[in-house]
Ligand binder design. Structure first.
Ligand SMILES: [Zn+2]
Length: 371
């Protein structure tokens, strides 16, 4: 360092010390403009568990029920500025309420299925169709989803006649989000949904000749570039499929691990197998970090079943040169009861009122049968 430079640096340091306002400004860490925190919430495999009630034992069961998860949803939303809520499928069938509505009472014209009434009330941003949604036939399903105010998605089930996706394959949600500085931004969130191809075996009688299922990974590879070309800043996969680490096959029932390797898919909401991810079950699994909740570096969450957990993914996004990138993505779940079975949340009163008519009809029906 020459003499001139040294004198310059000394003068500069004196200047900093003698001007506290100036040095203060340089030292303060401001939230970064263009950095957006986005929370993504998941329910999955509700199986018509709207109320915290066991219809077989005819008694309250606090380990299940969307009326409980709803309280967690509202709390999780309040903690952040930007959030989205999705259901990952298998929401219409799996308990006596679902059976009663599909096989006994039916969906009357202009009437809403209580599951979709609940989804509307909670303002879900989109929901996926699960394999069990086919169990009551396509006609019932089409009648039930009619009242849904949010997109109902699946990309890998195709109409045989029309040779195109039977449902809406994906959507690009346009949302205003607020960055850490309070500045508003427009974000385009691509949402696509998949389910196991095994539906063709499981629901052969309902589906044969009407629809066919394409492999999930192939379908993702086909649609992701299209969604990107249509301006999706990030892509969320509502993957109604579990996590397995075996050798890949096009017919793999649990395809999350393989989907996580596809470029362009940023976030995976998993389901179908009723497990909880992240959890210690996956501790020694390859390319899996149960601390951050990532598989192959992508945040993944699976929220158990029957509303027993809420899945949460916290993303930190940053816009650079007009392009959004993900700085950080972590996932975790919150349960409605602790390990001892003690309730951690009260039920959402308004939601309980909204679904109570069909709940009560189901209870009355069971009583009449003398079960
Ligand atoms: Zn399923």
């Amino acid at each position: 360092m020459n003499k001139k430079t040294l004198i310059f640096l000394i003068i500069l340091s004196l200047f900093e010390f003698s001007h506290p306002a100036l040095s203060f400004k340089a030292a303060t860490v401001h939230p970064l403009p263009g950095v957006v925190d986005l929370r993504i919430l998941e329910t999955t495999d509700l199986h018509a568990s709207l109320v915290n009630y066991d219809y077989y034992q005819t008694r309250v069961d606090n380990r299940i029920g969307l009326v409980k998860t709803a309280t967690l949803i509202k709390k999780a939303r309040k903690e952040v500025q930007n959030s989205l809520l999705f259901d990952d499928g298998d929401h219409l069938k799996g308990n006596p309420l679902g059976e009663y509505l599909a096989r006994i009472r039916g969906i009357r014209k202009g009437k809403l299925h209580p599951v979709y009434r609940a989804f509307n009330y909670l303002h879900y941003d989109a929901v996926a169709i699960g394999n069990h949604e086919f169990n009551y036939g396509l006609e019932f399903l089409n009648a039930a989803v009619k009242g849904a105010k949010m997109p109902v998605l699946n990309a890998n089930v195709f109409s045989v006649k029309k040779k195109k996706p039977y449902f809406t394959p994906y959507v690009i949600l346009k949302r205003k989000v607020v960055d850490q500085n309070g500045r508003k931004h427009h974000l385009k969130i691509g949402v696509i949904a998949f389910m196991p191809t095994q539906i063709m075996k499981w629901d052969k009688a309902n589906l044969e000749g009407k629809v066919m299922a394409k492999p999930m990974v192939d379908t993702a590879k086909e649609f992701i570039p299209i969604m990107k070309s249509k301006g999706a800043d990030i892509i969320v996969a509502l993957a109604h499929t579990g996590i397995s680490y075996g050798t890949y096959s096009a017919e793999s029932e649990n395809a999350v691990y393989y989907l996580s390797k596809i470029p362009g898919i940023d976030v995976i909401l998993a389901g179908h197998s009723h497990n909880v991810f992240p959890s210690s079950v996956y501790k020694n699994s390859p390319d899996t970090n149960i601390e951050t909740g990532q598989i192959n570096g992508k945040p993944v969450v699976m929220a158990g079943a029957f509303g027993n957990h809420l899945g949460i993914i916290d993303l930190r996004l940053k816009k650079t040169n007009g392009q959004w990138g993900i700085l950080k993505g972590t996932s975790f779940t919150r349960p409605i009861v602790n390990d001892a079975g003690t309730s951690l949340v009260k039920r959402d009163k308004r939601l309980y009122q909204l679904v109570n008519p069909e709940h009560q009809e189901t209870v009355d029906f069971i009583n009449k049968l003398g079960l």
